[in-house]
Design a protein around this ligand. Structure first.
Ligand SMILES: Nc1ncnc2c1ncn2[C@@H]1O[C@H](COP(=O)(O)OP(=O)(O)OP(=O)(O)O)[C@@H](O)[C@H]1O
Length: 308
């Protein structure tokens, strides 16, 4: 019986069809192959659409990866006044300028070759952005000369509004060795009087505001809290450690303001958010930080801590 069936099947499959006279088993084979290819195609389509949906869940206000807004150049500073290793420890937010994936990281040797460099502008020069700057020369005694100040704090809201003209005194801090001295009035004007809507963050030592200069460039100014003289301490450490150093993994300190009891630090503005936001913030169901990016963050952080 089974032999009969096999012979019958053989006969049937060997019959020629109307499709180019091909035998039935050939046609069936072609159909099975085509169905298999179609199935593979549909599966790949499904995977592609799933991936696209995932990408759409990532918030659009943030870039896919924390790109470097711009490269921070290294500078060479005076060896004799090189801060101690302890002083140079940058804080996490200062490592915001993260290297993009595949970006070659600086080797610590190239960063560590530090020499004297004149960084500062002539005394009393009026800057193109309308801010009067102090000029400090890295010289033998590292002293700072202050231009004659006229006028004082005049507008704005927030805690600095209470500062009247009479309370504006020459900074008591000297021997800073570096920096641009901004007046309280100038910083008030560019932060809309330290308005709440200009707040971009708050740390353990003070509130950070976004400021906009006349040429539309932005900066970040940290108004140091003065709890039991903490502002003065933090101010000195920050200016001494960061002020004279430029490194691609460190946010650059542009200058400072020291008037009366007020101590403020002016940084370049880095619009990348902070590391905590990227690691623990609302970035959607899937973090855009790939392992490669995470490795670069870790390496960049380590390099930032070790740029002696
Ligand atoms: N230069 C900057 N550009 C843009 N945002 C900044 C800048 N500096 C600070 N911020 C924002 O302000 C927040 C607070 O910064 P801040 O330096 O005061 O605190 P911190 O470093 O996070 O903590 P702490 O000072 O207590 O160690 C940062 O997390 C960051 O979001």
């Amino acid at each position: 019986m089974s032999e009969y069936k096999a012979a019958f099947l053989n006969d049937e499959l060997s019959k020629r069809t109307f499709i180019f006279g091909l035998r039935l088993w050939v046609v069936l084979g072609i159909c099975v192959g085509a169905a298999f290819v179609l199935l593979l195609f549909l599966i790949s389509l499904w995977f592609t659409s799933k991936r696209n949906n995932t990408a759409q869940h990532i918030p659009s206000q943030k870039p896919m990866i924390p790109n470097v807004s711009k490269e921070i150049q290294e500078i060479r500073i005076d060896h004799a006044r090189k801060p101690t290793r302890h002083q140079q420890q940058p804080k996490p937010h200062q490592l915001l300028a993260l290297p993009p994936p595949n970006h070659p990281l600086p080797d610590s040797e190239s960063v560590g070759t530090i020499e004297r460099q004149a960084l500062l502008l002539p005394l009393g020069e009026e800057s193109p952005i309308g801010l009067q700057r102090i000029h400090i020369e890295i010289g033998k005694d590292h002293r700072i000369s202050y231009p004659e100040r006229t006028g004082g704090s005049s507008h704005g809201s927030g805690e600095t509004r209470s500062v009247d003209q009479g309370s504006i005194a020459a900074p008591e801090v000297s021997h800073l060795g570096w920096g641009h001295w901004y007046t309280l009035r100038e910083l008030e004007a560019s932060t809309n009087g330290f308005a709440d809507e200009n707040v971009i963050g708050e740390g353990g030592y003070g509130i950070v505001y976004r400021g906009v200069l006349a040429d539309n460039s932005q900066f970040a100014v940290k108004n140091l809290l003065n709890n039991r003289g903490q502002a003065e301490k933090e101010f000195k450490v920050e200016v001494d450690a960061i002020g004279r150093v430029r490194h691609k993994n460190l946010v650059r300190l542009l200058g400072y303001c020291a008037e009366g009891a007020h101590r403020m630090l002016v940084y370049e503005y880095v619009d990348n958010g902070n590391l905590e936001q990227w690691l623990h913030g609302d970035v959607g169901p899937y973090s855009p930080l790939t392992w490669e990016i995470r490795m670069n963050i870790i390496l960049g952080t380590a390099k930032g801590y070790d740029f002696n």
